[in-house]
Design a protein around this ligand. Sequence first.
Ligand code: NAP
Length: 300
Amino acid sequence: MSADTAKIMDGKAISQEIQTELASETSQFTQETGVTPCLAAVLVGADAASEVYVRNKQRACERVGLSSQLHKLPADTSQKTLLDLITELNNDPLVHGILVQLPLPAGLDSTQILDSINPEKDVDAFHPENVGLISQGRPRFLPCTPHGVQQILDRCGIELSGKHVVIVGRSEIVGKPMAMLLVNRDSTRGPQAANATVTICHSRTTDLAAITQTADVLIAAIGKAKFITADMVKPGAAVVDVGINRTAEGLVGDVDFDDVSTVAQHITPVPGGVGPLTVTMLMHNTLTAARIQTSNAAVE
Ligand code: NAP
């Protein structure tokens, strides 16, 4: 297979497609219920990258027809002040989703903060209750980045059922939940986008290349620039690059794009691959949260 045969999986275009669908679903929901789904973002400190991420999320809310709030706190905010704000947002019926932008400044216990979010408002799907539901194959919310990867693959026509998927990376945010979504029996896109045979690799994996070479679909979530090279990829595989690495040559992924394009059949670029989907799937979860809370309120 030559370099020009690797088809680019265009995350930006897919993200726009999903946002258009979400805008229409949100508009219908608001017309039927009178409720505008609202995402409250909490930003502690002045980390430049975090400010950009939060701004992007607010803009995406506007595009989809959701409302958003930004709660900006100084870097020296105490654990108690932050917990009090979460309690306030948990109790606010006008707020449906709560997002605490990570990383939090040193000294704050992010596990305690994330665990304090009402699981029905936990649109990042980090709360242990939501992780448990995902692992049992009955998710309330889907983790944004893994769900985005699943959307890209399915919308590019790549069937996962019965395929060998190798994930490099076992983080709680990407690698592990990614494996759970793909090994489940069904998905938001149907069973063809799940039911995979999944292998998870990490830094202690012996002979990594021998395993990645057996992947029909290879997902890289490592955090090391251009780590995956052509010799690690099976000819004809689909390669998804979750990595975002800031280097002297700009933003690059965990996959050596030019090299791997010579053997892969499908590949995501960085930027313009998985990144845009993460924000979009957060919008999807905020709408889901509003649906859940509105139907609960109707029953009470
Ligand atoms: P992380 O928590 O640092 O996890 C990295 C994983 O890679 C770990 O499981 C680690 O293994 C594994 N690893 C590191 N070196 C390895 C090696 N030499 N061989 C095999 N495995 C190795 O990172 P993360 O939060 O999952 O993020 C991964 C990347 O995705 C980062 O570049 C991040 O910026 C990016 N990201 C992008 C998005 C998006 O929206 N596109 C969202 C989230 C993250 P150990 O567990 O053994 O240490």
